[in-house]
Design a protein around this ligand. Structure first.
Ligand code: SF4
Length: 490
């Protein structure tokens, strides 16, 4: 819950024509459907603005790809109604909690009621709890006490927390750092600084982005929405509040969560489908609802390219590598039980024609499976596809021969991880299996230039790495360079 009653559907900035952007108009909403699943991780269907058409709102959400809704309890009556809605609808879950505005109502009797309600199987979190120093409907010390008490309840019941923080950044962080260790949670309707986002991400929390991210003037929020790692990102409506463009100023509802998802996708340079997959996986994992893909994908789509995951093995152990803390990339499970044959990869691709390019990448080093790369690339070239390999540049060290002539005519472009400006740093960052790997990678890049039409090196932005020196190395080798942000994968 972000704003209170009198300003119920309005926010403070002015609506500009530019805000209306390229989003489909509300009237055309029913035609704006895709085969995606979204989860509204925070809304208030229990509130009075939905009393006249709650069932239609729920139906409209479902028709527009909202697979699950998390309805948030915020005061005593709201908790009771929220639970009733969740019990009536299989795809709606509830949280239980007392909002900081109502912290003064949290006496022992209400606390015991919350505890009993929270044991209902449809309850997936404690919230919304937190601090709101904007209105001060409850005194500061009472808010703090209620926040701590409800965090303790979440710990006792092994539930995550949904946190509201408004104009209370320092105290919120302090309390989370001291009292919420070991539990998972969400900072909902994020409106804090990039610095705050980094701190809660370091604590393993999710950050949920709401409609204001679609407002062109919400620059700080839009910056934060760009930098949140995929695995920490959630989306919400906070309905009935904070409607995204193009419905800004009107009552919000869960079906509008896709506008927020689209705004985030545009900011992050991915598709609505990518954001839906990423945030839906995160919400399912956090709230322990729905199905999470159990089998690793061989072929997986990101943006308008198809990526191939043919091995989980690698000859590096890079400190920043995603495979050491998750099997998921952009919401795709890439954990392979078995390495696929070339024919299995071709079967997984199906028709390659819709894709801009086909990229050997995955959760490992693709050139460890050179035969598969060659056979699949040959087939892809026969279909007219563009082929790229993302590699650590160890191919010639793995096979103890120059493999690049074998890829000539099969591969259009190659992206090679340089990742350091000297040998010592390379060994520290990448922990390679081979001695003299840095020299090996440089030699691989030099050779690649002769056989592959487009070669680029990549460097992950890390504190110890001299990016200018890396640029100079790339320039001397005559190849392009792409600087990657730490925590952005895929
Ligand atoms: S080279 Fe790539 S796959 Fe291998 S450890 Fe490094 S980041 Fe991970």
């Amino acid at each position: 819950m972000a704003l209170i009653s009198l300003t119920i559907f309005m926010d403070t900035d002015n609506i500009t024509v530019a805000d209306l952007g390229n989003y489909p108009a509300t009237e055309n909403f029913s035609t704006y459907k895709m085969n995606i699943e979204l989860i509204d991780s925070h809304c208030h269907l229990d509130m009075e603005p939905f009393d006249n058409d709650r069932d239609e709102v729920i139906k409209r959400a479902k028709e527009n790809g909202v697979g699950y809704i998390i309805n948030i309890g915020s005061d005593r009556e709201g908790n009771i109604k929220s639970l009733a809605i969740a019990e009536k609808c299989a795809h709606i879950y509830s949280t239980i909690g007392i909002h900081p505005h109502d912290a003064k109502t949290l006496d022992d009797k209400l606390y015991n009621e919350l505890k009993a309600w929270a044991k209902n199987p449809k309850v997936v979190a404690i919230g919304e709890i937190g601090l709101d120093y904007h209105y001060m409907h409850s005194a500061k010390d009472i808010q703090i006490a209620a926040f701590k008490r409800q965090i303790a309840l979440a710990k006792e019941l092994a539930l995550p927390i949904t946190v509201h923080s408004r104009e209370a950044e320092d105290d919120t962080l302090d309390i989370l750092e001291r009292y919420a260790k070991g539990i998972r949670g969400i900072l909902h309707c994020f409106s804090g600084s990039v610095d705050m986002a980094k701190k809660v991400i370091d604590m393993g929390f999710y950050i949920s982005i709401a409609g204001p991210v679609s407002f062109k003037k919400a620059e700080a929020l839009r910056e934060a929405a760009k930098m949140i790692p995929d695995e920490n990102l959630l989306i919400e409506t906070d309905a009935p509040y904070l409607s995204p463009v193009p419905n800004r100023g009107k009552r919000n509802e869960p079906s509008y969560v896709r506008y927020t998802a689209q705004a985030i996708a545009d900011l992050r340079g991915v598709t609505l489908e990518d954001i839906a997959r990423i945030t839906t996986l995160n919400a399912k994992s956090l709230f322990k609802i729905g199905e999470i893909p159990k089998n690793g994908a061989i072929a997986y789509r990101i943006r308008d390219s198809l990526y191939l995951n043919i091995t989980n093995r690698c000859t590096n152990r890079c400190g920043f590598c995603v495979r050491f803390h998750t099997s998921f990339v952009k919401g795709h499970n890439l954990h392979l039980e078995n390495e696929p044959s070339a024919q299995e990869v071709i079967n997984a691709i199906g028709d390659p024609s819709p894709y801009k390019e086909i990229v050997f990448c995955g959760l490992g080093e693709p050139l460890m499976k050179l035969d598969v790369v060659k056979e699949v690339s040959k087939w892809l070239k026969s279909k007219g596809s563009k082929v790229r390999i993302n590699t650590n540049g160890h191919g010639n060290m793995i096979y103890k021969r120059n493999i690049l002539p074998e890829l000539e005519g099969l591969v259009d472009s190659m992206s090679i991880s340089l990742d350091a400006d000297d040998k010592e740093k390379y060994n520290k960052v990448c922990k390679p299996d081979f001695k003299d790997s840095f020299e090996g990678v440089i030699s691989f890049i030099r050779e690649a230039r002769q056989y592959i039409p487009a070669v680029t090196v990549t460097v992950v932005k890390l504190p110890d790495i001299d990016i200018e020196k890396c640029k100079k190395i790339a320039e001397d080798l005559g190849v392009g360079i792409r600087i990657r942000s730490y925590n952005v994968v895929g």
